[in-house]
Design a protein around this ligand. Structure first.
Ligand code: CP
Ligand code: NVA
Length: 307
């Protein structure tokens, strides 16, 4: 019987049990590299990247190689996609040659169209709306630090409401873990997504708290997470940067949190904008571990999809 393919598109498509399984599998993948060296034998997986990337692209390429697979790096501009071939037609071609495709692009709908039109797994490597691979690594990093399931753990996201926040909200809601968002009233989380999450919370039991005052938001925090104020593809706006200034993660702001507060950032950072170097490079920062864990969590995801 043909196996029904799974994609990894938004995290909304994964259950609490599956997310927990991926986190636990990552622990084994990280510890026992050789055990997984044949998972992708004879598999060809393409990376289609239409936005810049350092961590995601390198970690997928290295991860696919470490799992024994072959990796092709593509971009729309040098494909017929750039001359108007449709995403659905392109998906049919992917289906003929490839065993999987990892896509970083602008519109979420384009990834969804590809996923609908092929029988191979499609992985979202970031869109304007979601960044689920990042959040797998973030959840694993918290798990490894014994924070993820710690009772009353206070996790605070500070700054812009973007793709990373959307995916964090989904991950925390699926797992039933509370999350606080410290954001400017002009840049609050997506209303449609919040409606979906409210429905999921009814079962998972988590609480999403939105607070406009950054000092109140980070009070007694165990973890503070931030991301850039201007995402790839967003228009640079001096007004937005001005509005978000009070949300900078700096020494003064984090002095309101617990003394051993962990600082997270998906990177790349715009130093001295959303976060100061003093904080990013401090012993509280686990941003570099988060980045390393991208490799291990994505290898676990690929192992899950191809086993
Ligand atoms: N965090 C992240 O996705 O980094 P890259 O843009 O470098 O891939
Ligand atoms: N929100 C950022 C994340 C980069 C990894 C962006 O989309 O540019």
């Amino acid at each position: 019987m043909k196996k029904i393919k799974r994609d990894f598109l938004t995290l909304l498509d994964y259950s609490k049990e599956e997310i927990k399984y991926l986190i636990e599998l990552t622990m084994d993948v990280k510890k026992n590299k050789l055990k997984y060296s044949k998972v992708l034998n004879n598999k060809n997986i393409a990376l289609l990247f239409d936005k810049p990337s350092t961590r995601t692209r390198i970690s997928f390429e290295v991860g696919i190689n470490q799992l024994g697979g072959n990796c092709l790096v593509l971009d729309s501009k040098t494909m017929q996609l750039g001359r108007g071939e449709t995403y659905s037609d392109t998906a049919k071609i992917f289906n003929s040659y490839l065993d999987g495709v990892v896509i970083r692009t602008f519109k979420q709908e384009n990834i969804d169209i590809i996923a609908l039109n092929c029988d191979i797994p499609v992985i979202n490597a970031l869109t304007d709306k979601y960044h689920p691979c990042q959040i797998l690594s973030d959840l694993f990093t918290l798990y490894e630090s014994n924070l993820l399931f710690k009772k009353n753990m206070k996790f605070v996201y500070i700054g812009d409401s973007n793709n990373v926040l959307n995916s964090l909200l989904i991950g925390f809601t699926k797992l039933g873990i509370d999350i606080t968002v410290g954001c400017h009233p002009k840049y609050e989380p997506d209303k449609k997504l919040m409606d979906i999450l409210r429905e999921i919370s009814k079962n998972s039991g988590n609480k999403i708290t939105i607070i406009n005052d950054p000092i109140v938001a980070v009070k007694n925090a165990d973890v503070i997470y931030t991301d850039v104020w201007v995402s790839m593809g967003d228009e640079e706006s001096t007004q937005k940067i001005y509005d978000l200034k009070p949300y900078q993660v700096n020494k003064d702001l984090i002095s309101n949190a617990k003394q051993d507060v962990k600082i997270m950032h998906c990177l790349p950072a715009h130093r001295e904008l959303e976060i100061t170097s003093e904080v990013l490079d401090s012993s509280n920062s686990i941003a570099w571990t988060q980045a390393e864990n991208r490799l291990h969590t994505q290898k676990a995801l690929l192992t899950f999809l191809y086993s």
